[in-house]
Design a binder for this molecule. Structure first.
Ligand SMILES: Cc1cc2nc3c(=O)[nH]c(=O)nc-3n(C[C@H](O)[C@H](O)[C@H](O)COP(=O)(O)OP(=O)(O)OC[C@H]3O[C@@H](n4cnc5c(N)ncnc54)[C@H](O)[C@@H]3O)c2cc1C
Length: 377
């Protein structure tokens, strides 16, 4: 219910995606008063995702320094009921149809169920989540020094804010900062038909400077999508995906899409009393667009830092340092891989040539795993 009174909270989180819910849970467990506002009516719906969820093995494969975090290890134990299909393999296809297979430790899920699960965990820990509540404005430079967070459902001030609003980073934008760079447009469809067992990726002119994917969701269903650098593909992305689905004889049941911030982490994840987590902090792997594990990890580190900030005066800036210590190297390598991919994945001939050269020497696998390609110093 909208009210003119200003509500004050210890911690305010904008967005109940994986990053926001993980942060909220950690904060509530640490005894911090925390409110999450979420603009959607139903958390996780509509999905903006290929819905490939990493298991713990995949997370620590990419970010080995996270292996010591018991809390995260436990967080990544998900109930079997939300796992629609195990994703044990990924195949990367060149334009001619040659493929390279590599192991994967992930599963397919409905984000509606996955995000709902994470939100439930946060609420069970004591966090308050308020849906149908969108941040619409932020009033800065007020007399009491506290920024005013204006929503369609009341006005809020808070000691610490977490921007978990996703790729468009609403808090940073409304405070006059800038959101993540290289926002990549994506479109996907939920389809049925003859579906492969593995997570398949297609490179080349089918998705110039990007890739097309098929992620099996079990029982003849899949999430099929295309993501390309903005402007790299002529025409309407949806039409290209429709053509691909027609060629593969797949029946489309629904559409979705969104933006993926592929420009790497924002310069500083902390600005004043605002901590940016997940996509809002540009923490997606630039070379493959995966962001769920980094969203959860950054939510955890933000929560940890804020707890210690309240309890023992730890600087909020520590959050940036810890997060970059754990993720910085892999994200940097991934960003470099993406820049090279932009050069070679524009045309079929260049994609084919590069993949035929890199495939046999393990370069494709290393690029996917965000480790240095063998030929990158
Ligand atoms: C098409 C597509 C496919 C993808 N596929 C994968 C994949 O298969 N695997 C993977 O790991 N990653 C994938 N990603 C990336 C992944 O979806 C994100 O990295 C992840 O969701 C980031 O989590 P988050 O919590 O930071 O943000 P989000 O999940 O985007 O959550 C942000 C939340 O904030 C809310 N919000 C936004 N603005 C406001 C506001 N003004 N007020 C209140 N609430 C607000 C939103 O409604 C949303 O619930 C994909 C992304 C896209 C677009």
């Amino acid at each position: 219910m909208a009210t003119s009174a200003i509500e004050h909270r210890s911690a305010l989180i904008i967005g109940a995606g994986p990053a926001g819910s993980a942060a909220a849970q950690r904060l509530a467990e640490g005894g911090i008063d925390v409110l999450v506002i979420e603009k959607r009516h139903i958390i996780g719906n509509p999905a903006q995702c290929g819905e490939c969820i990493p298991e713990w093995g995949e997370v620590i494969g990419a970010f080995p320094k996270a292996a010591k975090e018991e809390w995260l290890r436990n967080y990544f134990i998900f109930p079997e009921r939300i796992k629609l299909h195990p994703l044990k393999w990924m195949r990367i296809f060149s334009p001619s149809g040659k493929s390279w297979k590599m192991p994967l430790d992930a599963f397919a899920a409905h984000r509606l169920q996955f995000d709902g699960l994470l939100a439930d965990r946060a609420m069970n820990a004591g966090a308050e989540i308020r849906v149908d509540t969108a941040l619409t404005n932020i009033i800065t430079n007020r007399k009491d020094g506290k920024d005013l967070y204006v929503t369609n459902n009341g006005k809020i001030t808070a000691d610490v804010i977490i921007d978990a609003s996703g790729s468009l980073a609403h808090v940073a934008r409304l405070r006059g900062g800038h959101q993540g760079e290289d926002q990549v447009p994506t479109i996907y469809a939920q389809v049925s038909g003859v579906i492969p067992e593995s997570f398949d990726i297609f490179l080349g002119a089918i998705a110039p400077m990007g890739y097309a994917w098929i992620i099996p969701k079990g029982e003849g269903f899949a999430n099929v999508g295309i993501g390309v650098k903005a402007g790299a593909m002529k025409g309407v992305l949806k039409e290209h995906l429709k053509k691909l689905c027609d060629e593969l004889n797949l029946t489309i049941h629904s559409w979705g899409g969104g933006w993926i911030p592929m420009g790497g982490p924002v310069k500083n994840l902390v600005k004043d009393n605002v901590l940016a987590v997940g996509d809002a902090g540009g923490l997606v792997m630039p070379s493959n667009g995966g962001g769920i594990s980094q969203a959860i990890m950054s939510g955890f580190y933000a929560g940890e830092t804020i707890i210690q900030h309240f309890n023992s005066g730890m600087e909020l800036q520590n959050y940036h340092r810890i997060t970059m210590n754990v993720m910085g190297k892999s994200l940097k390598t991934s960003l470099r891989t993406k820049k090279i991919a932009y050069l070679i994945l524009r045309w079929n001939w260049s994609a084919e040539l590069a993949m035929r050269f890199l495939g046999p020497i393990g370069g494709i696998r290393r690029a996917v795993e965000c480790k240095k390609s063998v030929w990158i110093i």
